[in-house]
Every structure is written in C-alpha cells, then in structure tokens.
Ligand binder design. Structure first.
Ligand SMILES: [Fe+2]
Length: 266
C-alpha cells in the first residue's frame, strides 16, 4: 500500500452537521499522514477532543491554528497568546506536530505548519488600519476576530512576531517543502471573495514570496471557505476547507476532500 499525505481545514466541529464529515476523515492506509490547517473549533476542550480522535486514526498529524482556535471570552481560562501556548502543549501531549516543533519530513519533503495570523495589510491603498476597519464596520462587515481575538492581544504585533520567528526557521530548511497555514499566503484567492473588506482579516502581504523562496511543492491553507486550487508563480495554493453546512451542502467541490497532497514514492 502507498502512504498518502492528506489535508483538511475548517472542520468547525461545534456545528453538529459537520460531525459525519469529521467522522469520514479516515486513512486509506494506517501509515497515512493528516494535515489539519486550522479552525477545528473554538472551545479548548472540543479542539483537543477532535484532534485526539484524528491523532488516533493517522500515523502522523500536523496542526496549524486558525482564528477560531484563538477565539476567547474575557472569562475564559486562556486568552490570546496564552491560549495558543496551551493548545500547543495539548497537541504535543497528543503527539501532534505544531508550528513550534521540529518539522516532520514526508518522503523527503519537509511539511511546515505555519502560524502567521493577519495584520490588516490586505487593505485599500492609502488607508490606515483604523480607516479600513471603520469602513468595513460601516458596511456591517466585521469578523468575529474583532471581538474574540483583538481585545486580548495586539494582533498586528503578534503577526509580526510570528513572521520573524517563522522566516528564521524556514530559512534553515534544506530541500522541498509543503507550507501549511490557516490563512492564505497570497492575495489571489482572497480577491475572489464577495466582500472585499473581509480581506483585512485574511492574512498578511508579507508572506507573498514565501512559496517560491522556501521551495514549496505546494501550499495548503483554509480560512476562506472557498475550496479550490490557485496557481501562483507555478506553485499550487490549495484551499482544503470544509466550512459550514450551508457552504458544503449541495455545492459540488472542485477538489477531493480530504485532499491528497502527495503520495510517498510518487
Ligand atoms: Fe473557518
């Protein structure tokens, strides 16, 4: 049997109707690997429970956090950076690879889970961040991130910390990579969204050159809930999100799900 590297994102496990979809994420061989590119759920215990199930099914599981993993309320035990640190600890206890760990190598290709967040840099030319967010608010376009992440951490400062940390580690990798991030690394797929204001919460301009610079065979991401493949500079950027039932019910997917990123020996 061949060993396959599969990828999913945006499981949104708190939504009951997504349960059978999550149940259906199964290896075709016990040696298969699974990438989970964020938005498993919001509540700490649910995230850990779902990841424990997946870790029990696959030989190796790789996780990158999404914005929903970071959601908190003021009364929560963990918020902001503390919530991420606690999740990393919990994933390690499950044997799941996080963006803080040694990057695993699948058939000679380094699989790199990233955590780069967003910094509002996908905004209109000449606009300040405050102006761009206010303009979105006036159109009633406001991501939950503003209420569930931003009150507990300086998001832009955290994003830039992550970029510095990540490029330092990426530059030490030799050979081909598969880059895994919740947020897209390039703007092209974001430009196809119906509401251009949502782009503010969809990533950062600073990751644009990463796929080529760090020798990516493919980039795997989620977040937009618009599954499909976008080729930029000759490299495929593959959105592997499940999303909400209203998004996946009755809509034929352009790509397989879970998505087979590569096979060993292929
Ligand atoms: Fe999502």
């Amino acid at each position: 049997m061949t060993t396959t590297l599969w990828a999913v994102a945006d499981l949104h496990a708190a939504v009951k109707a997504n349960g059978p979809k999550i149940e259906a994420i199964q290896p075709s061989d016990p040696s298969d690997w699974l990438i989970v590119a964020g938005d498993v759920a919001e509540k700490f215990d649910l995230i850990v429970r779902v990841m424990a199930e997946l870790a029990g099914r696959f030989d190796t599981v790789i996780w990158a956090p999404g914005n929903h993993e970071l959601f908190s309320r003021s009364a929560d035990r963990y918020r902001g950076r503390e919530k991420y640190a606690a999740l990393v600890q919990a994933m390690r206890e499950l044997g799941v690879h996080t963006p803080e760990d040694t990057y695993p190598v699948f058939d000679g290709v380094t699989v790199v889970p990233l955590f780069t967040l967003y910094d509002y840099s996908f905004r209109g030319a000449g606009m300040s961040v405050d102006e761009a967010v206010s303009a979105a608010r006036e159109k009633n376009i406001m991501m939950t991130d503003e209420f569930a992440i931003a009150p507990f951490v300086d998001v832009r400062a955290w994003c830039w910390d992550r970029l510095a940390y990540t490029t330092r580690r990426l530059s030490r990798i030799e050979g081909p990579t598969i880059l895994v991030n919740h947020w897209p690394l390039v703007q092209e797929p974001i430009m196809r969204m119906r509401w251009s204001e949502v782009a503010l919460w969809c990533g950062t301009r600073h990751t644009r050159g990463w796929a080529r610079r760090y020798n990516a065979r493919a980039v795997v991401y989620g977040h937009l809930h618009m599954p499909g493949v976008t080729t930029v500079d000759g490299i495929e950027h593959i959105e592997v999100s499940l999303g909400y039932p209203r998004e996946w019910q009755g809509t034929p997917r352009p790509t397989a799900w879970p998505y087979p990123v590569m096979e060993a020996g292929a």
